[in-house]
Ligand binder design. Structure first.
Ligand code: ATR
Length: 286
């Protein structure tokens, strides 16, 4: 009897460099957890090779790929179809190979951000909320798009380089006002959500120091930086009794839609997954 050949499902993450990415460990955890015959591999692809690498995906039998720094904007130009959310954010982080071999690009960072907030702060209500977003880089675009779509009342976008914040506000639309870094503490007045999307507070970077004096009493403070997990910004907020949400969950939640599309299983962001990824981070630091 001829034994049935089981085709392995394949996905990966393209970046340059790629060794820092936690996605192979994260997806590997889910593949083992669900007993899926599949692999998720790190792919070191230079910007010059991105187009040919993406076009090779269907030929190699890949179901799709993540793209990370520095490819997220270029990928948007290269795929065949870009969905509405990726268009709005101006970047693609997840690509699905379609049955006809064409490439569909989406962006799961916005949903990852919101799911993380919902998970750790289930009572927080976005509708009509006054929000402050610090930073106007790639991550801020996803956060602002997520908040606008969730129906918040106002977003005060604060950035060192004002022009960058103005461009972001124009691109995404919605109730967004733009402010310079020097008024960062003042714009927190009356806010119910503060999000740090800058690199301040990341390992090796100076801390983000801001006054939380004017915040609503039930405000939520969150950071998308997760190395360290508890940034000085979150530490200072927590010391004042303010509810905080760390950034690791955004990484975990943004991975879920890709995993489901490539491997056919909706994955669960569990405490065990979180502990496993945290352990991976701390093993790397040694
Ligand atoms: P990402 O794509 O991860 O968001 P990025 O595009 O490099 O990263 O954006 C980094 C953000 O951190 C930007 O908002 C940057 O401000 P500028 O647009 O003015 O560069 C912000 N940032 C980095 N270092 C900063 C500092 N020392 N003070 C204030 N903001 C800083």
């Amino acid at each position: 009897m001829v034994s049935e050949i089981k085709i392995q499902k394949l996905a990966g993450v393209m970046g340059w460099p790629i060794s820092h990415s936690l996605s192979p460990q994260l997806h590997g955890f889910w593949l083992r957890q669900y007993g899926i015959n599949g692999s998720y591999v790190p792919l070191a692809v230079s910007p010059a090779n991105l187009e040919s690498a993406l076009r090779s995906l269907p030929k190699l039998g890949f179901s799709g790929t993540n793209v990370t720094v520095p490819h997220k904007e270029q990928a948007l130009e290269l795929v065949d179809v870009v969905d509405a959310v990726a268009k709005r954010i101006g970047a693609v982080n997840t690509i699905f190979v379609q049955p006809d071999g064409s490439l569909l690009g989406t962006n799961t960072d916005a949903i990852g951000f919101l799911e993380n907030l919902k998970f750790f702060a289930p009572t927080w209500q976005p509708i009509s909320e006054t929000c402050v977003v610090l930073g106007a880089g790639g991550a801020a675009r996803a956060v602002v798009a997520a908040l606008v779509d969730a129906g918040v009342g106002e977003i005060r976008l604060v950035n060192r380089t004002l022009a960058r914040a103005e461009t972001l506000a124009d691109d995404i639309g919605g109730p967004v006002s733009v402010h310079g870094w020097e008024v960062a503490s003042q714009v927190l007045d009356g806010a119910g959500l503060v999000v740090n999307t800058t690199t301040l507070g990341m390992q090796g970077q100076p801390p983000l120091d801001i006054s939380f004096d004017g915040l609503q009493s039930n405000a939520l403070v969150t950071d998308i930086v997760y190395t360290p997990l508890i940034t000085p910004f979150l530490e200072k907020a927590a010391a004042r009794g303010i509810k905080t949400v760390d950034g690791l969950g955004m990484l975990l939640h943004q991975a879920a839609p890709g995993f489901e599309g490539w491997f056919g299983q909706k994955p669960h962001v569990s405490p065990e997954l979180r502990a496993f990824v945290l352990q991976t981070i701390s093993d790397r630091d040694i």
